[in-house]
Design a protein around this ligand. Structure first.
Ligand SMILES: [Fe+2]
Length: 368
């Protein structure tokens, strides 16, 4: 018999000197209900349940009373203005907001260069390895990660969502099979493909090839990932126009993409559809030099995030006169108001560029 089938109830044992006032507190003040009490003539054990929890109060039980955290829609109302209550048996009750507002730290602009040769890979969950592309996180506002799954096969993921403002995933190498809420059947993201994961869209990673590499850019850097055990994916109806937190889901397929002129002369790009789906909150594209171009015109921008990852090839970044050679796997964050250009571009150069707000709104060629 599996443990999940075998166990009928889980109870936290809490010491309790006086049952009666503690039961009254939990039932009347906090909305629990009594499940059992014994013995009838002189109760010494009582079980209450509520809010997904069972508590077993035992007279004479040893140990500290502990702390209980209640996630509330309105903590102030439940606590009459207090955020901490103490039950008659000494149990400390913390009252917390069930859905705390997303905290967006102000951006701290910085020039950040992350070289593939200096990379430190950290082992994350489910066999994934992470490389931090913006170690300072621009004050906590953004995180950009190069993520690698060495061994392919099924991924032990579950339906979940992220409390974020913005999240983009670009498949750099290999493939990954994913499924998204209201976006139809599971599909394969292949090298060059990209998705925009709007805030709180439910999704699940199903399988990957060996050597999968993705680039993920998210705002804010620290955010909550929540499981959804109720929703099954795929959902029965595809609703590609649905908005999640004001954003539409985007699946960009490299194979079907059109190349068009980039905002910097001498380059062309495939737009990843992010600006349109986010109403200009962010934009992303893959850019490459046209056949005869070896350098871009100087430019500067007004965006709070301007992140460039070298997908392949090489170039020299001219950052206000500072020359930095860039190769595949290197990335750079260029702060607003700083003149920069790409020179000595190799023929096969390809750059992934992510901007927020949209680069089309905030980037301009610089002739001065
Ligand atoms: Fe996720």
């Amino acid at each position: 018999m599996k443990p999940a089938e075998n166990v009928r109830a889980a109870e936290v044992v809490v010491p309790c000197a006086e049952l009666e006032p503690t039961l009254a507190f939990f039932t009347e003040r906090l909305g629990f209900r009594v499940e059992s009490i014994m013995p009838a003539d002189d109760p010494s054990i009582a079980v209450v349940s509520g809010h997904g929890l069972r508590l077993r109060f035992e007279r004479g039980a040893s140990g500290p009373a502990g702390t209980l955290r209640l996630a509330c829609d309105d903590p102030e109302a439940l606590g009459d203005g207090a955020r901490v209550l103490v039950a008659p048996n000494g149990l400390r009750i913390e009252l917390a907001p069930a859905a705390p507002p997303l905290v967006l730290p102000p951006v701290q602009p910085a020039f950040v260069l992350a070289r593939a040769n200096d990379a430190t890979w950290v082992r994350g969950r489910a066999g994934m390895r992470y490389r931090d592309l913006i170690p300072g996180r621009l004050g906590g506002r953004y995180v950009a990660s190069h993520i690698c799954i060495t061994d392919g096969g099924p991924v032990p993921d579950y339906v979940h969502f992220h409390r974020v403002c913005f999240q983009l995933i670009y498949c750099h190498r290999g493939w990954v099979r994913v499924v998204y809420e209201d976006q139809g059947a599971p599909f394969l993201m292949q090298a060059g493909d990209c998705v925009l994961q709007p805030p709180e869209i439910r999704h699940r990673v199903l399988a990957s090839s060996p050597g999968l590499e993705v680039i993920e850019v998210t705002c804010p850097a620290v955010h909550e990932t929540c499981a959804d055990h109720e929703l099954a994916l795929p959902t029965p109806h595809a609703r590609p126009e649905r908005r999640f937190g004001g954003q539409r889901f985007v699946r960009h397929e490299a194979e079907r993409a059109r190349w068009q002129a980039w905002r910097l002369a001498g380059f062309e790009c495939r737009d990843l559809g992010i600006a349109e789906a986010t109403d200009g909150l962010a934009s992303a594209c893959v850019a490459r030099p046209v056949a005869t171009t070896r350098a871009s015109a100087p430019a500067e921008h007004d965006s709070e995030l301007h992140f460039v990852f070298v997908l392949q090839g090489s170039a020299k970044l001219d950052y206000g006169g500072r020359i930095e050679p860039l190769g595949a796997g290197d990335s750079v964050v260029i702060p607003a108001g700083h003149r920069h250009a790409f020179a000595a571009c190799s023929e096969d150069l390809e750059l992934l560029e992510v901007s927020s707000p949209s680069a089309d709104q905030g980037t301009r060629s610089s002739t001065s």
